[in-house]
Design a protein around this ligand. Structure first.
Ligand SMILES: [Zn+2]
Ligand SMILES: [Zn+2]
Length: 287
């Protein structure tokens, strides 16, 4: 099957959304609206076994592999051949080492047509935070400064400890009570409070997942000019846009390369209509 037939085919198959934590409330409507794909959430499917942000289960492999494993597990679980999985990570921004960033990845897998398409979104607006606290009152103050109760909070005995973890704290009173309990033994001086980065407890992350899903949909709609397979996406960027002032090559991106995984066709195109880099971007004019 190829090209436009694939888009039609997708409309007649159910897509398993390999997710917990309410991500389907973001992904499903977009999938239906933009690609006409009907999605189902597998029952009794636990994605927490693939690793979580609360560090109580170790992450398997890298982010893309993790999403791939989740998608495959959802296919095995449901017997379907179309799946979507998402995976988030937090760490240093690749271009700005002192800025933390959140990278959300959404993967679409069609095993019937051997298609895998990925969407991404990176932002510095979603930050994982954590610190020591010494009193229940301090727990409430810190939590509220992070956006609690909309933003979820986790309490634990220490940053490294995986015992006595309190998640799903819903109210100020509840938070105070649990902090009090953790702080109660005579030998405990401080406990650790951190943001719950699971999607349903982190509104900012939900927004990132939405943007990654939009990127995925755009990538699905981009078809290879040669074999018409969906997923003709940017795989490489080429630097060297000449400076408007001195004409020498700069580090600014000159062209993007899109490629097709199916027939391996590649196409290089200028990025936007920018013909020259500004002297501010030039390492010769502005060293
Ligand atoms: Zn192709
Ligand atoms: Zn220059």
């Amino acid at each position: 099957m190829e090209g436009l037939d694939i888009f039609n085919d997708w409309k007649h198959r159910d897509c398993a959304i390999a997710t917990m934590h309410g991500k389907e409330t973001i992904i499903s409507p977009l999938l239906k609206q933009e690609l006409g794909i009907n999605s189902v959430v597998p029952q009794n499917f636990n994605t927490d076994s693939f690793g979580t942000f609360t560090r109580d289960i170790r992450r398997i492999g890298n982010q893309l592999e993790a999403a791939r494993k989740k998608a495959q597990a959802a296919l095995d679980h449901t017997g379907l051949d179309l799946a979507i999985a998402s995976e988030g990570s937090f760490g240093a921004h690749p271009d700005l080492p002192f800025v933390s960033s959140n990278l959300e990845l959404v993967l679409f897998l069609d095993t019937k047509n051997t298609i895998e398409i990925v969407g991404h979104y990176r932002t510095s607006a979603v930050r994982a935070r954590g610190q020591k606290i010494y009193t229940p009152e301090e727990a409430v103050l810190v939590a509220e400064s992070w956006g609690f109760p909309d933003q979820g909070i986790i309490l634990r005995t220490s940053e490294k400890s995986s015992r006595n973890i309190y998640k799903d704290i819903t109210s100020k009173e509840d938070l105070k009570e649990r902090a009090k309990k953790l702080l109660s033994p005579w030998y405990v001086r401080s406990i650790f409070i951190e943001t719950d980065m699971r999607a349903h407890r982190c509104p900012a992350r939900m927004e990132s997942i939405r943007n990654a899903t939009l990127d995925l949909i755009q990538n699905c709609k981009s078809v290879c000019p040669k074999c018409i397979t969906p997923g003709f996406v940017i795989t490489e960027t080429i630097q060297g846009l000449p400076c408007g002032e001195c004409g020498l090559e700069t580090d600014t991106i000159k062209e993007v390369v899109r490629s097709c995984k199916k027939c391996l066709y590649k196409e290089s195109n200028p990025i936007g209509d920018k013909v020259a880099a500004k002297p501010e971007e030039c390492q010769w004019c502005n060293p």
